[in-house]
Structures are given as C-alpha cells and as structure tokens.
Design a protein around this ligand. Structure first.
Ligand SMILES: Nc1nc2c(ncn2[C@@H]2O[C@H](COP(=O)(O)OP(=O)(O)OP(=O)(O)O)[C@@H](O)[C@H]2O)c(=O)[nH]1
Ligand SMILES: [Mg+2]
Length: 682
C-alpha cells in the first residue's frame, strides 16, 4: 500500500439523471469484475445496488450504496448514487470523496438538459468525470444520431466533450463500436467481452473525423500534440493515453463512452478506461487540498454519510485519504470502535483500512459528513463541502399511537442524523418534517415504518393562519362569584385597538387613581394574552393593542386570578365586536428555472394566487431565469411537484415568510369552517 497509489483502491461514483441505468451498470460492473456470479435486476428487486426495502419497493435508488470489486488486480470502490433530484444532496456528498464520476445518461437529446445541474456541480468542484451514454440498444428505435446527442450534451457541459467511440450499426441497431484511440473495431456480445472485428468500411470516414476531433481536443491542452497534428504526424498511442488521463484528472475534458448496461455492452471498455485514466487517491487528496496535520503519512479520514445500522449502531461511511486506520485508534474526538468493509449484504468486520479505502467506522459518535478526522482531532470541514439544501416540501408527521411518540422522536433524530437535507421543526403544535420533495419525505416515512416499525402518518402541515381586528372597541367585564368563604371579584374596563401589520401585541395601563391596585395589573395583561391565543375565528390574534382604562376591586374578594379572568373576558368580548379579520401568511417565493420554462413557471405562480414581482436572469447561470412572487402559503402545497413536472425536473425555489395578508370572502369562510370542523373532529 505504502509505495503507492496504484494499488490503493480508487473510488468511482455512478451518477446521472433518475433511471438512466446507474444501478444496472453497477450490476454489470460487478459481474464483469467477477464480484457477483449472476446479474440481478432493478425490476425484480434482486440487484446489489438497491438493497434497501425502500429502494426495492420503489424500483429506484434511495441512497448511496457502496460496493467493492477488483478489475485486473486493481481494487475499486463503486458508489451507486441515487439519480432523483430530491436525493441530490446524498449524491453530492458521495461525489466529494470520489476519484472519478461516471455520469450515466440516456441517448435522448431532449433529456440532455437534465444533466445540467450535475455537470455544473462536477465542474465547479473540478471532479474528474466521464460520460457513459447508456441504453444504446434503444438508439435504433429512436433513430438518433450520436452526433446530435453530442451536440445536445455539449450544450450543457462547460468542459469539452471528447467522444471516445463511434457506434457500428446494423440497420439502425448499434451492434458494436470503434475505439477511437486504439482504432480497433468491436462487436458487442451479450453478457460477455466484445469481440474484435475488422474495421467496417462504412464507418471508416466517420471514425477518421471523430478521431481527428479527439486529437484536436487534446491538442488544446498540449503543445507537442498540437505540433504533431499541424505536421500531420500521428501521435504515439501511449502519448494519447497519457494525455487523456492527465486531462481527465484535471477535469479539462469529458470523455464520452457508449454502451448498454442491461446487455453488458461497453462495460469492459468503461472499466479499462477507468483503470488507465482515473486518478489515484493521492492525486484526489491533492486536488482537494487535503493533508493530515501530521503530514502525508498521518491518518486522514472523511465521513460522507452516516447510517444507523440495527446491530453495529451509528456507522460513519468514510473515505480514508491517507494513513492507516486501525480499530481502537483515536479519530477526531472519538475512538474507532469497529471497521467494516462495505459491499456485501451486511457490513463485514475488518482490522484496518489504508489510503483510498471506503469503509464504515463505528462508534465515531461526533463524526459529521464532510468534517475531516485525524488522530489529533477534527480537522474541519473543507469550504467546498456541499451546503445543505433548503427544504421545498413539508409534512406534519404523527404517530398513530400515542404510546409511539417517544419512539418516533428517537427515530426521527436518527433519520436527521443520516440525512442532513431533512429538517424537523415544531410549528403550531405540529411536528413538521421538511425536505426536498414528496419522494424524499416518502422515503423518510417508509424508513420510520419499515426500519423503526412505527405506524406514522404524514399530512400537509396546517397553514399558520392568524387573525386581527379592524375596529377599536371599548369593553367592560365584571367577574364576580360568591361561594362560601372568600368570593371572587374583579371589574375591568379596557379598549382593544388594531395595530399595523407586524406590530404584534401591546398592553397599556392607563388606570388612574388606584381604581385597580398595581399588583393586579399584570394579571389583566395575562388574561388579555390568554384571550389572544385563540380569537373569535379560532386562530391566534396578532397586531392588537389592549389599553386598560379603569375598573373596580374589592378589598377582600379581589385576587390576581379574578383579574386575569376578567381581563380575558373583556378582551374576548371586545374582539368579537371589533370586526375580526383572517390573516394568511404570504411567502416571498423565488423560482429558478431554465429560460425555456420561465413562462410556464410564471403561469404556475399566477395560478396559485401568486403576485409576480419580476423576473431576471439567474446570477451566474447562463440560460436560467429567476422569478420572484408573493404567494399565499396555503397555495404552496405540492408546488415543487408541479414545478418539477413543468421543467424536466430542473426547476427549484426558495421561499421565506414575507407578510400576513387579509383574507376575506369565501376563501376565508372555508378556512374558518375547516378549522372549526377540525376541532370538532378531535
Ligand atoms: N433498454 C435498456 N434499459 C436499461 C438499460 N440499463 C438500464 N435500463 C433500464 O432502465 C431502468 C432504470 O434502471 P436503473 O439501473 O434502476 O437506473 P438508475 O439510474 O439506477 O435509477 P435511479 O437510481 O433511481 O436514478 C430499469 O428499468 C432498467 O432495466 C440499458 O442498457 N438498456
Ligand atoms: Mg439506481
């Protein structure tokens, strides 16, 4: 291990849009490397990548899974990442520890735009990546030319794409490829290595042109190669390979491969490219500017995800950047309590892990994704570590059985620990879980049910309506009770007055001449606050001032309790006469979308009672707009679902509470009736 980097495991992340075939590709890679004897399938729920119950049930990847294999003696870790845009945070964190990313996409030019956010992330972080155009078995039916696909893909990549293969077709069907570096032709063989075949004449001219493009792309970064090209000299193959791997490591170019994961086509070619061109762990650590506080030999580990396993407890999935991790050693503020290899059905215990390894470390109770750990302590989180995403969807979560409430709190704490993109807050008495969309939150609920055995429900959270008044009203209330011994007596005169929006509650004491003793006045204020906690419409009352103007007391029978009750009665009666008005929360919403969908996004906002404030280009994003609008919170339910369906899944938004607006007429009646019916049902 110590002599280098070649034998240290490298780590490739499989990423790309939802359902592009990453988990199927993983299965094919595991088979081609002899890791598994038989291929499972996503559809049958038998593949290695989607092993969790949530993934199987949904036939999609619901979390990053870690796999281990070896190809021609080189050890590899493969991270199969979920493609759903709602789980992009998990994928981003996995990408931060990978040496190379394999971007799996479909051969559909119209879907190229779906790659834009991912390619942008890879380029911003200079993560070496190549494209694997999957499902080429479908190219025939769609009659798509690879050249058109490349044009579409180039439109969404900041880095130049370099096509490495041209397809060989029979009719429309793709039956093999020509490798543009070795200039050899291959015929695909289902489930096995491709066979070498003579170069078909029909493809020769396309091959020449594509190879010239490839060399020219490389020559942009290499003067010697440029000279050779200008002199019409064919550069030595070894130089081309060297240049390819250097340019990949520096994220200067994006090589493009073709294949079909389902049929194992092009998969060994991909493995070879990874073997020759993917940078070793030491180079990745340098790219990330990482070095342990004790120099290059000292141990440096970075967790990228937390998992609470039923038997081993809290596991930190980590990449070992340098040094050797041993069981029991100090790491960060904790001590390693078990090292587990990942990839099988369950983690298996091992004794140590060296540079490049992706392992699960137990008992690192304080480890957080991104935060570097060394033997000397925690070495901080690099600034490039992805930020947590702002929530765009929320559910009020409840245990069906009261007895489960404590267990639910514990289970949610674990889920939040595992997934930094989940958020939990108490809002108007409800436990509100928020995250990246219906799929993201649905998976969280499935985990509560499946992993933690909890019967839970998730409903749209209640909209935090408020109410206020529109008129000043003076009121008098007398509380008097005579029941044996001491009686109760308090008499209060007060006025309620509407305040401007946002001013909250104000209490003024204008009692003169000791009509009410000082000591009872705070009790009147308490009573007023009680009355405001639920107004005549049933909601908390805001923006009201209460002025105590006078009253009476009794030397023996008056008490704080009596004045609180009288204060509450007076305010309650005054509010009912002061023209109560329902207030609804309005959010300032900023929608981000590719320009081609801006008009649709605007219509969506207007359709939800939104008041468009304006639109502009999205700063730093060519071809994107952002639209700002005021939208009532009540109309934001499932907004993200519709926005995504209108924008190829690319649109997103942020929302902040902005103001409370008067709500009147039928809409207000419906809210009040619904609220009262809700109470009656409880
Ligand atoms: N025709 C064809 N279908 C494929 C190929 N590879 C995958 N599929 C199908 O595409 C669908 C999605 O495959 P997955 O491997 O689950 O895709 P994924 O990218 O892992 O999906 P997520 O992880 O949910 O984003 C499945 O129905 C596969 O059978 C291929 O090469 N050709
Ligand atoms: Mg998958």
């Amino acid at each position: 291990m110590s002599n280098g980097t070649r034998t240290a495991p490298r780590c490739a992340a499989l990423v790309g849009p939802y359902l592009s075939g990453k988990t199927t590709l993983l299965e094919s890679l595991l088979m081609a490397t002899g890791q598994i004897a038989r291929k499972g399938s996503v559809q049958d729920g038998t593949c290695a990548g989607d092993a969790s119950a949530e993934a199987r049930a949904r036939r999609m990847s619901t979390e990053v899974s870690v796999h281990t294999c070896a190809y021609l003696g080189d050890p590899w870790h493969i991270l199969d990442c979920p493609g759903s845009i709602e789980l992009a945070g998990d994928t981003a964190r996995a990408l931060m520890v990978a040496d190379v990313a394999v971007v799996v996409c479909e051969p559909v030019p119209d879907k190229a735009a779906m790659l834009a956010p991912l390619l942008r992330f890879l380029d911003e972080n200079a993560i070496p990546h190549l494209l694997f155009v999957n499902k080429v078995d479908q190219l025939g039916s769609g009659d798509v030319r690879v050249a058109d696909l490349m044009t579409a893909l180039e439109g969404v990549s900041q880095r130049p794409l370099v096509l490495r293969q041209v397809p060989i077709r029979q009719g429309r069907a793709v039956t093999g490829y020509i490798d543009l570096v070795s200039e050899r032709a291959y015929r695909y063989c289902a489930g096995a290595k491709s066979e070498t075949v003579p170069m078909p004449d029909a493809v020769l001219s396309r091959e020449r042109a594509a190879r010239q493009d490839l060399l020219e792309a490389l020559a942009d970064f290499d003067d010697a190669l440029l000279e050779q090209l200008l002199d019409d000299v064919s550069p030595p193959r070894a130089d081309v390979y060297r240049q390819l791997s250097r340019n990949l490591a520096d994220d200067l170019i994006v090589p493009v491969f073709l294949g079909s994961a389902q049929n194992d086509h092009g998969v060994r070619r991909l493995l070879k490219a990874l073997r020759h061109e993917a940078p070793p762990v030491g180079m990745t650590a340098r790219r990330l500017g990482l070095e342990g506080p004790g120099g290059t030999g000292s141990v440096l580990v970075q967790p990228f995800r937390i998992h609470h396993a039923p038997h081993s407890g809290r596991l930190a999935y980590c990449r070992v950047w340098q040094g050797e991790v041993t069981d029991g050693q100090a790491l960060g503020p904790d001590r390693v309590g078990g090292i587990f290899a990942l990839g099988g059905a369950t983690p298996t215990k091992i004794t140590g892990a060296g540079p490049g390894a992706v392992v699960a470390l137990a008992k690192l109770e304080h480890a957080q994704p991104g935060a570097l750990l060394s033997a000397r302590g925690e070495a901080g989180t690099p600034p490039s570590w992805p930020a947590v995403a702002e929530p765009v969807h929320a559910l009020a979560v409840r245990a069906e059985q009261r007895a489960d409430e404590v267990k639910l709190t514990g289970a949610l704490a674990k889920l939040l620990d595992e997934d930094p993109d989940l958020h939990l807050a108490m809002e108007d008495g409800e436990m509100v879980l928020s995250g990246q969309g219906t799929v993201h939150l649905g998976i969280a609920l499935d985990r509560l049910r499946g992993r933690f055995g909890l019967a839970v429900t998730g409903r749209p959270p209640a909209v935090p309506y408020r109410e206020s008044i529109r008129r000043t009203v003076a009121e008098h209330a007398r509380f008097k009770r005579q029941s044996g011994g001491h009686g109760q007596f308090a008499d209060v005169h007060l006025t309620v007055t509407p305040l401007a929006r946002g001013e909250g509650f104000r209490f003024e004491d204008k009692v003169v001449g000791g009509a009410i003793p000082r000591s009872f006045i705070p009790a009147v204020e308490d009573g007023a606050r009680e009355a405001l906690s639920s107004g005549p419409l049933g909601f908390p009352v805001v923006d009201v001032s209460v002025t105590l103007t006078g009253g009476q007391f009794h030397a023996v029978d008056s008490s704080e309790q009596a004045f609180r009750t009288a204060g509450r009665m007076a305010v309650q009666e005054a509010l009912a006469k002061a023209e109560p008005v329902l207030l609804e929360p309005v959010l300032l919403v900023t929608v981000r979308t590719p320009t081609e969908f801006t008009a649709k996004a605007q219509r969506l906002l207007s359709g939800r009672r939104g008041q468009i404030l304006g639109f502009d280009v999205r700063p730093g994003w060519t071809g994107w707009d952002q639209v700002t609008a005021y939208v009532p919170q009540a109309d934001m339910d499932d907004f993200i679902v519709e926005l995504r369906s209108l924008t190829l899944g690319l649109g997103g938004y942020t929302a902040r509470f902005h103001h409370l607006a008067d709500l009147m007429g039928r809409l207000a009646d419906r809210v009040v009736e619904g609220h009262q019916a809700g109470y009656a049902a409880q």
